[in-house]
Design a protein around this ligand. Sequence first.
Ligand SMILES: Nc1ncnc2c1ncn2[C@@H]1O[C@H](COP(=O)(O)OP(=O)(O)OP(=O)(O)O)[C@@H](O)[C@H]1O
Ligand SMILES: Cc1ncc(CO)c(N)n1
Ligand SMILES: [Mg+2]
Length: 524
Amino acid sequence: MQNLGGIRSWPATWRTTTASMMTTTTTESVRKVAQVLTVAGSDSGAGAGIQADIKVCAARGVYCASVITAVTAQNSRGVQSVHLLPPDFVSEQLKSVLSDFEVDVVKTGMLPSPEIVEVLLQNLSEYPVRALVVDPVMVSTSGHVLAGSSILSIFRERLLPVADIITPNVKEASALLGGVRIQTVAEMRSAAKSLHQMGPRFVLVKGGDLPDSSDSVDVYFDGNEFHELHSPRIATRNTHGTGCTLASCIAAELAKGSPMLSAVKVAKRFVDTALNYSKDIVIGSGMQGPFDHFLSLKDPQSYRQSTFKPDDLFLYAVTDSRMNRKWNRSIVDAVKAAIEGGATIIQLREKEAETREFLEEAKSCVDICRSNGVFLLINDRIDIALACDADGVHVGQSDMPVDLVRSLLGPDKIIGVSCKTQEQAHQAWKDGADYIGSGGVFPTNTKANNRTIGLDGLREVCKASKLPVVAIGGIGISNAESVMRIGEPNLKGVAVVSALFDQECVLSEAKKLHKSLTESKREH
Ligand SMILES: Nc1ncnc2c1ncn2[C@@H]1O[C@H](COP(=O)(O)OP(=O)(O)OP(=O)(O)O)[C@@H](O)[C@H]1O
Ligand SMILES: Cc1ncc(CO)c(N)n1
Ligand SMILES: [Mg+2]
């Protein structure tokens, strides 16, 4: 919470906890478990509310306690009835949990009366937590009022100012702002700005219900900069509880130690994946079905595969053991800095590493990448990729053939392959690769005896490729724009080695490169 220092003051070790383990060893015998407390309403249909919150946290590897504010009779057709719990009893539940557990993050959903908000604030001042995520639930997607206008003034005056992030949908944002019109992304941006002035540290205005939009766009504002989070709108009836899921996932990621923007990105991606994954399941006969938070009601194999997107190739960071040694940093530190600076995918290319040491480092990198929602690939070493459960591999033309890699790794891992020619690009697609890396575009010292194909060669490969392409070889801040300017639609980004890792500060180089790539993307 704002007045408590927020998540920025968290111990550094927390930032490396994993989604699957949810713990950090503090002493030999005590394991710290990341904990969320949701303060929300029960949904008998279990698609939204408390039930969704608990499922999301479990899916993200975080413990979730629950304080119930109201009980709803609700299904896929709508809300039939709402029963509020007495504020005193809500307070007893809050005390019960907060006085006993080490709650990291409180997430609020349905807070149906000013008295309930009052007891929540009272308990939070008595038992401070590290972060407060406020999903200002007011109306269900089916149109039922879950919290009326009586809560508006206490929300505006007392709850929002102590929130770390608020996640209103467009209707809720409009209600909080006294009924302003929000029908476009531009209006979402200005709403986010006005809401920020009410005191929360971060604002995310969700665009799931934005009319006439082919993308599902959420607008994030940190008081300084805006970020638009886009994902294609998924055609499904199963969107009941997307809002609760998003907010709880943000809370879970914060509890594990993520910075805010990373938590929001992971959450958006989680909702997107879960919706995609369960778009055709049928639960209930109404217009608003629940979806599957555990991604298990359908063939689990398609999970990862469906989440790799060509845009993940935007800023592709490839590590190099010699450079890390030269600058005296570990692979793990190099990867952390690259991600913080904006790298969108990581490849570990550690030619000289000893297997056992490499495996340990790769495992740590998997944890960091996963908690930041960034994929991690291993160069060439299928064995290491399997052993550390990396998201995939990148192979060259003289490494193991792609079809064999695919049969070893299964359908859900990402496979990239280096291609210099149109024939190789065609073969990569036939063999089941997900993307190709093409280069060396410019001469480079990183790879000896590597033929340079130039921008013309890159263009040829892009034209022949049915797969997304990332350009590699001698690319850095000075020439990244000229590469992207070739304007081939399937050229999705640049891969860099020295430009990030043979530098004194990986973080600032990554930031600069990300900025220049973003600018060149905007221009085209
Ligand atoms: N059809 C969809 N396809 C993809 N993403 C979606 C879709 N609908 C909603 N989302 C995403 O789900 C998240 C929740 O957004 P939404 O605006 O629906 O919240 P909400 O209305 O509060 O949710 P709820 O339905 O739980 O009340 C956002 O990240 C939004 O972009
Ligand atoms: C209990 C409850 N909380 C939140 C929502 C918002 O989706 C809902 N429909 N039901
Ligand atoms: Mg909605």
